[in-house]
Design a protein around this ligand. Structure first.
Ligand SMILES: NC(=O)c1ccc[n+]([C@@H]2O[C@H](COP(=O)([O-])OP(=O)(O)OC[C@H]3O[C@@H](n4cnc5c(N)ncnc54)[C@H](OP(=O)(O)O)[C@@H]3O)[C@@H](O)[C@H]2O)c1
Length: 272
């Protein structure tokens, strides 16, 4: 598995997302089993957020990682509405309870909000001093937002897949220059029409893999990118972990560029 250094930790470049987990009681067992299977397959970074299922996803993660906390790199996110100096501390403490742990490895501001960044970051720094988080970062920040940040930001988690590649114009190269990894969310475009696209099908056929595996390998071709696909289906988890062994060629990338041209000018940051 390709490894990426984030917050002084060497992490596998493919992690596990959790959006929509914890929403349906009947799925809970399958979601816990999926996360545990992902850990066994080496996808030890788990991404969650207080927003997902109103804390329900964190609760699922907490149960899934019980007894193996030290093997997991845990990322969670505070809602912008909770990101005042004191609000961020209270939100983190609630997340820690749901996650059944005393430390979150990486705690992100979910998107820019109404509270001054300096307050949010002061809250993050207090949490770091208290040992409740190891590192902090942001999500859905465009380049101008990033340039406002003081030193100490470990990552920026943004939408990145062939359909949404505007970050290649400025944000991604800037983060690469800073040595700050990008966490690519929705790398499979939420399992939508991207996975049926003829260009991805062509590439997939040539390597005898699936279009989802092509999409993940495409994201990982960039230095310093960690992709966090969400998968509840056991077959999907195996396929995602196997992307570690998939090397696409320049010809493959050219085919994808033709179907999804790289940005030639600044584009507003895509979000879901
Ligand atoms: N920071 C933010 O604002 C933000 C926004 C969105 C997402 N995120 C994070 O990023 C994670 C990933 O994004 P996402 O969940 O929205 O979308 P995604 O990972 O692009 O797609 C998830 C969908 O793809 C399917 N899938 C997974 N592996 C597959 C495979 N090998 N073949 C075919 N289909 C496959 C999943 O199905 P099954 O579940 O049935 O396996 C699920 O329906 C989220 O879960 C969340 O943790 C962050």
């Amino acid at each position: 598995m390709k490894m990426i250094k984030l917050a002084d930790t060497n992490l596998p470049a493919i992690g596990q997302g959790t959006w929509h987990m914890g929403e349906r009681a009947g799925q809970r067992g399958a979601e816990i089993a999926a996360l545990r299977q992902g850990l066994e397959l080496g996808m030890t970074l788990i991404d969650t957020a207080e927003m997902y299922a109103d804390g329900g996803a964190e609760d699922v993660v907490g149960e899934a990682i019980a007894g193996q906390r030290e093997q997991v790199f845990l990322t969670s996110k505070v809602l912008p509405s909770n990101a005042s100096r004191s609000g961020v501390i209270q939100a983190c403490e609630r997340s820690l309870q749901r996650l059944r742990t005393d430390m979150i490895d990486l705690y992100l501001l979910h998107w820019p909000g109404q509270h001054p960044l300096s307050e949010t970051i002061a809250g993050f720094e207090t949490l770091r001093e208290q040992g409740k988080i190891k590192a902090w970062g942001v999500s859905n920040f465009d380049l101008d937002d990033m340039q406002q940040l003081p030193p100490g930001c470990a990552t920026n988690q943004v939408l990145y897949n062939p359909e949404s590649r505007g970050i290649e114009y400025d944000l991604l190269p800037w983060q690469q220059e800073q040595g700050m990894p990008v966490m690519a969310y929705c790398p499979l475009s939420q399992g939508g029409s991207l996975l049926q696209h003829p260009a991805l099908r062509d590439v997939a056929k040539r390597h005898a893999v699936t279009t989802a595996q092509v999409a993940l390998a495409w994201a990982l071709r960039q230095d310093g990118v960690i992709a966090i696909p969400k998968a509840s289906n056991p077959d999907h988890l195996k396929l995602n972990a196997a992307v570690a062994d998939l090397q696409l060629s320049d010809k493959d990338f050219a085919l994808i560029d033709k179907a999804f041209p790289p940005p030639r000018r600044k584009q507003p940051l895509d979000m879901v």
